[in-house]
Design a protein around this ligand. Sequence first.
Ligand code: ZN
Length: 311
Amino acid sequence: MRSFSLLFSVLISGVLSIAPAWADEKIPVMASFSILGDLVQQVGGKHVAVTTLVANNSDAHVYQPTPQDTIRLTKSKLFVVNGLGFEGWMERLVSASHYKGKVITASSGIQPLSFGEDAHHEEEEEQHDAAEHRHGSQDPHAWHSIPNTIQYVRNIANGLSQIDPAHQADYQANAGRYIQQLEQLDKTLLQAFAAIPAEKRKMITSHDAFGYLSHRYQITTIAPQGVSTEAEASASDVAKIIRQIRKENIKALFVENISDPRLMQQISKETGVQPGKALFSDALSDNKGPASTYLDMMRYNTAQILTALKQ
Ligand SMILES: [Zn+2]
């Protein structure tokens, strides 16, 4: 009798520890960086367990996967990446980890901008070696245009529906509700930027992450550091930007949460233009920060930019 009750209790405890996993098994999804992680969470809702490789406030351009990251990826069923060359380390990581799950490229189907496509070109810049060298490469920061992010959300909903067809209706419904919020914010921002005279819509950012935002809201953006944080601005680039700030009376000067602030501090000192609060370009803030979700990031960044442009 005693051994029977022992066996019985072992069986019961085994059932109890397994049962929650059967009832509520979340799909493990890896996102390459925090902004994508939030989009996957919005669409996946209660059905997904999302982890991100590149943490909040960290720089995906110079990220190096660790052995632990390799293990975390292997345990995922879906890997969501930005594409457009943003995750230069991605293919090596996928092959090193022998990852067999599905990979989706969130930016599939968007119209990519070339680097500097929206930049203001002066005659001397046309002859500049570095500027020429950068032409033709695609700007990966497509999430700063809300219409592109809507495409990201559709791609994520389709990817989740393929690996978890049982919850397809939930994924499509979550995506639909979230897209409505995105469309509403985009409409508000189009009106807010259009209300600022075109000649005042000019800003300087250290790392050229806002090409798509500039394109969407018709802002001229100048960035000494270029499209990747790996690049360094040349002395002649910086001197040219200082001349341009003075000549065109530009008042909006920003660093990003992932960038080294020293270059902007130097430009600020030489021009007397005070930098605005740091913008969130390639990573969300932590949970206590002002940009812990994509929508909050867009609201926060555009509020800083609008304030600076109105000066
Ligand atoms: Zn970047």
